[in-house]
Design a protein around this ligand. Structure first.
Ligand code: AMP
Ligand code: TRP
Length: 333
């Protein structure tokens, strides 16, 4: 059976961009692949953070992923498998400085820090982030990595790192992981459809997957439909985004009928928004209810995830034994 690995940072709440870009795929893939999904708390240490908040956010993310339909036996917490960092160190030594300098996520995140404070502290961890990500994937010999489009460059780097390791140690040891995208790999911000939906842009730029009905309705209602820079005869990015959301939710009936209206020039944006809001609310209401159920017995859920992390760790330890052997590190034998 082919295997799948993916990770998400414990950044507070999931938004619908995370869901349609990645998590929806995580849930579906569980039927046909050996899947491992992790909450990547080590990665969240690369930006300024608060220790109490990090631990809280990590568990929060666990609950949210379970509420979306990720199976508890497939879910673990990255830092409960510290071998990821050990492999990360080894992979650092087959990754070039120049390669990491080309990573756009590093540029974006360091620019973002500098924007808020010209003397902002930018850690080596932030620079090195994609190598740890490669370790997350390679340590399980994962074939596929379901992610949003923004992670394409990191996946390409993971393949280069695998190749360089194999060349250096004379064996086709690591396989080359491939990304898996959904049909909606990039959901845009409702407030600025020229940018991708992201929490870091601020409150109005993302729709919380567990959000209250009224707020979701309001956000869709005020979604920007016309940015004024769309060439004549083309659908604007904002309108396209609303159609995409409806398609991602599987409401093809409303999608197709409104698309007919669009083509004939009779589409009313208020109708499009109302249908989109109703469709989204239909999707997220059961998620919110499941989350409340899961939170009713937090201890049981935590124990389950600690156990699944321990099982996953055994697999990672097996890889590390082989890697230590291949790379010439000392052994106790
Ligand atoms: P992050 O919250 O950045 O750790 O992202 C978690 C997952 O959601 C990653 O696989 C991202 O590629 C994906 N993702 C984040 N934002 C979006 C978006 N606006 N559209 C589609 N996918 C996204
Ligand atoms: N870098 C990913 C993001 O920002 C999160 C991540 C960390 C990840 N490790 C991973 C994704 C391994 C896929 C596989 O969203």
């Amino acid at each position: 059976m082919k295997s799948v690995l993916s990770g998400v940072q414990p950044t507070g709440d999931l938004h619908i961009g995370n869901y349609f870009g990645a998590i929806q795929n995580w849930v579906r893939l569980q039927d046909n692949y050996e899947c491992r999904y992790c909450v990547v708390d080590y990665h969240s240490m690369t930006m300024p953070y608060n220790a109490v908040q990090l631990r809280e956010n990590t568990w929060n993310m666990v609950f949210q992923l379970l509420a979306c339909g990720v199976k508890p036996e497939n879910l673990f917490i990255q830092s409960l498998v510290p071998e990821h960092t050990e492999l990360g160190w080894i992979l650092n030594c087959v990754t070039s400085y120049g390669e990491l300098q080309r990573m756009t996520q590093f540029k974006d995140k360091s620019d973002q820090l500098k924007e808020t404070d010209g003397d902002a502290f930018i850690s080596v961890g932030l620079f090195d982030y994609p190598v740890l990500q490669a370790a997350d994937i390679l340590i399980y010999h994962a074939d596929y990595v379901p992610v949003g489009k923004d992670q394409e460059q990191h996946l390409e780097l993971s393949r280069n790192i695998a190749q360089r390791f194999n060349n250096q140690f004379g064996k086709e040891y690591f396989i080359h992981p491939e990304p898996l995208f959904t049909e909606t790999p990039k959901i845009l911000s409702p407030a600025d459809p020229n940018r991708k939906m992201s929490k870091s842009l601020g409150e109005k730029h993302y729709i919380n997957l567990f959000g209250e009905e009224e707020r979701v309705r309001k956000q869709i209602k005020s979604a920007v439909t016309d940015t004024g820079d769309t060439p004549a005869g083309e659908m604007s990015a904002g309108v396209k985004n609303l159609f995409e959301l409806m398609r991602a939710c599987g409401n093809m009936e409303a999608h197709n009928s409104l698309m007919e209206d669009y083509k004939s020039g009779s589409l009313r944006y208020s109708d499009l928004k109302e249908h989109t809001a109703n469709t989204l609310i239909g999707l997220i209401t059961p998620f919110r209810e499941r989350l409340a159920d899961l939170k009713a017995d937090k201890r049981a859920v935590k124990q389950q995830i600690q156990e699944s992390s321990a099982i996953v760790r055994q697999r990672a330890q097996r890889t590390m034994q082989e890697v230590r052997e291949l790379t010439g590190l000392a052994s106790l034998k």
